[in-house]
Structures are given as structure tokens and as C-alpha cells.
Design a protein around this ligand. Structure first.
Ligand code: HXC
Ligand code: NAP
Length: 289
């Protein structure tokens, strides 16, 4: 049986207009989960700013938000570049006024055994996932500190922040940093009215997943029966969690990491399944330096 399916996309738990007159800045909202999170804020009346690198992603995100009937502004931005982030916030402010919510959703990841990972591959994933998250939070935080305005940050994490991520050592280490950063910023900026949380998706397959990650998932058996919930996540479930955290009803929640994964990361077996080395799981041959 498992955990029942959620209400259909389009349903909302919060009141209509919860985010009316507010702007929500979401990185990487042209694809997958960022688009899903932005859509839930849009449904509740927010203006949406989408920041990412690729025009086709910006267009896809804008189309999705437009269909909901919300205002949307797109801005090209590589979150590894602090100057581009500052320009993106200038552009957002010019379009809608200062965003009151930042969702640090953009991240980078590809499966690779640690011994095959080049230094630049490591740097790239850490730079986007951890440094990019900090640079965006810093720009957003400084603007609110200067204005003396309250705000909310949601950093998107991953559960291998706790467990390690064999085959994803770069991303897992970066996400551990994101979770830890959330805790530091929540305390530093709480007195100034800035709430900082981390939102951890479990397995949420979607059509925008990179080919590498899709291929990796395709190598496992049925996704649903591998989850304690007997199903994977539905995108709107993550969006609902994000909107709750940034809503007036979630204000006293700060420094928290909310996991939306049907208890998947706590899963343990009484008897371990046979150990399959990562190279074998990924269909790689013998290590060759
Ligand atoms: C090994 C790889 C690689 C791969 C890139 N590299 N892809 N190494 N396996 N599949 C190496 C390159 O060879 C290079 O190192 C370095 O990484 C940088 O590569 P570039 O292509 O120059 O980087 P860039 O153009 O900046 O692109 C970044 C990217 C790309 C991360 C490589 O995939 C990207 O833009 N991804 C964004 C979307 C994404 O990653 N989404 C996943 C989020 S999902 P050398 O040494 O050759 O110079 C997620 C969920 C986790 O996090 C949970 C899933 C179940
Ligand atoms: P995705 O579809 O690949 O989205 C990643 C987004 O990040 C893209 O829209 C991409 O846009 C943007 N991005 C990447 N590098 C960027 C950069 N340097 N500057 C600006 N934007 C950049 O992945 P997803 O599955 O939706 O994942 C969204 C978040 O959920 C990530 O933080 C991921 O780690 C987390 N997560 C996902 C799952 C899952 O099951 N899907 C599980 C755990 C955690 P551009 O290419 O246009 O820049």
C-alpha cells in the first residue's frame, strides 16, 4: 500500500494570495524541482524571478509560471559569479522590487567514482552547489540587512549530506556544506528577521533530470518499491513544503532542515544486501589511472 498519493497538482494548503505582493527569487527554476517550487509560490500569488544560465531553461520556466497566471521575470545568471548574482538581484528589484524569499535550488551533479573525478570536476560541483548557494544568500542577506526588512531563505539540500553519497562524493560534500551553512546563517541573521532553512528532496524523478542521472536511475529496479513509502515524491509535495516554510505560518522555523522523502534516508535492512562496488554499479571497468 505505502503512503497515499498527495492531492493533485494545482491544489494548495495555504490561503490563496498568501504571497500576494511578494517576489520569490528561485535559482534554477527553469527545470525540474526549481520549476515545481516556483510554481507553488506562483499559485499563491507571488511574482517569480527565475535565475539560471540557459535561455531554453529560462523560457521553459517563464512559460510554466505564465500558465499559472503569475508575473515572471527571467535573468541569465551563473551562480558561481558574484557579480552576475548582484546584477540579477538589481534586475529583480527593477522588475518587481526586492524579493522577500530566496530559494537556492540550483545545483550541479553527475555520477562519477571518486578515483575518476578530475580536480576540475570536483571544483565545478562544489563551486555551483555550495559556493553558488552562499554567494546568492550573501547578496540577498546583505540587501535585506541594509533595508532592515524581514526575509526567508530556503536552501535545497540532499540527504546524502548525512550519509555520504557513494558515486556522488562532490555533490554529497557540497550538500553537507549547504546544510551546515543554513544553520550558521539562521543564527547570524535571525536577529535581523531573516529566516534560513534547508529543504531536502528525496527521490523526485522528472523529465529534466540530466542524462547521466537518468541513466544512473535507470540502472536500479522499480523506483517505487525501493522506497519505504512505496512511491517516489510528487513534485508538488516539495513545492508545498517550500511555500509553508516561507509562509507566515512557518516563521518560527529557522535553521531547520526539512526532509521530504517518505523516510527513505533512514532506511536500514536487518540483513545488508550484497555489496556492489560503485564502479560495478555504474558499469565501469577496472580503474585505470
Ligand atoms: C565526469 C565530468 C562529467 C561527468 C563534467 N565533468 N561532466 N566528469 N563525469 N559526467 C567534468 C568535466 O570533464 C570538467 O572537468 C568539469 O567536470 C567541468 O565540466 P564542464 O562541462 O566544463 O562544466 P560546466 O559547463 O560548468 O557544467 C557544469 C556541469 C553540468 C555540472 C558539468 O552537468 C551542468 O551544468 N549541470 C547542471 C544541472 C545539474 O547538474 N543538475 C543536477 C542536479 S540534481 P575537466 O577536468 O575535464 O576540466 C542533484 C540531485 C541529486 O543534485 C540526487 C539524484 C538522485
Ligand atoms: P535539474 O533539473 O538538473 O536543475 C538544476 C538547475 O540548476 C537547472 O535549472 C540549471 O539551470 C541550474 N543551474 C545549474 N548550474 C547553475 C549555475 N552555475 N548557475 C545558475 N543556475 C544553475 O535538477 P533538479 O532535480 O530539479 O534538482 C533541483 C535541486 O534539488 C538541486 O539542488 C538538487 O541537488 C536537489 N535534489 C534533487 C533531487 C531529485 O530527485 N531530483 C534529489 C535530491 C536533491 P541552467 O542549466 O539554465 O543554469
Amino acid at each position: 500500500m505505502g503512503i497515499p498519493n498527495p492531492p493533485a497538482p494545482g491544489d494548495t494548503a495555504l490561503k490563496p494570495g498568501t504571497f500576494a505582493d511578494q517576489t520569490v527569487f528561485v535559482t534554477g527554476a527553469g527545470t525540474g524541482l526549481g520549476k515545481a517550487i516556483a510554481s507553488e509560490f506562483a499559485r499563491l500569488g507571488a511574482n517569480i524571478v527565475i535565475a539560471s544560465r540557459k535561455s531554453e531553461h529560462l523560457e521553459a520556466g517563464a512559460a510554466a509560471i505564465g500558465e499559472i497566471g503569475a508575473e515572471v521575470h527571467t535573468v541569465t545568471c551563473d551562480i558561481r559569479e558574484p557579480d552576475q548574482i548582484a546584477a540579477a538581484f538589481d534586475s529583480a528589484e527593477a522588475a518587481f522590487g526586492m524579493p522577500s524569499v530566496l530559494v537556492n535550488n540550483a545545483a550541479a551533479n553527475f555520477p562519477v567514482p571518486a578515483e575518476d573525478m578530475s580536480p576540475n570536476a570536483w571544483r565545478t560541483v562544489v563551486d555551483i552547489t555550495l559556493n553558488g548557494t552562499f554567494f546568492c544568500a550573501r547578496e540577498f542577506g546583505r540587501r535585506h540587512l541594509e533595508a532592515g526588512s524581514a526575509a526567508s531563505i530556503i536552501n535545497v539540500g540532499a540527504s546524502y549530506a548525512w550519509t555520504g553519497g557513494p558515486g556522488f562524493a562532490h555533490s554529497a560534500a557540497a550538500k553537507a556544506g549547504v546544510k551546515n551553512l543554513t544553520e550558521s546563517l539562521a543564527v547570524e541573521w535571525g536577529p535581523s528577521g531573516i529566516q534560513v532553512n534547508c529543504l531536502v528532496p528525496g527521490l523526485f524523478p522528472h523529465e529534466d533530470m540530466t542524462a547521466d542521472i537518468q541513466a544512473n536511475l535507470a540502472g536500479t529496479s522499480d523506483k517505487d518499491v525501493c522506497q519505504p513509502a512505496m512511491r517516489v515524491g510528487h513534485r508538488q509535495e516539495l513545492g508545498w513544503a517550500a511555500t509553508f516554510l516561507a509562509s507566515p505560518y512557518g516563521r518560527f522555523i529557522s535553521g531547520h532542515t526539512l526532509v521530504v522523502d517518505g523516510a527513505n534516508w533512514q532506511r536500514r535492512s536487518l540483513v545488508n544486501p550484497p555489496m556492489v562496488p560503485i564502479r560495478e554499479q555504474m558499469g565501469r571497468g577496472t580503474f585505470e589511472p
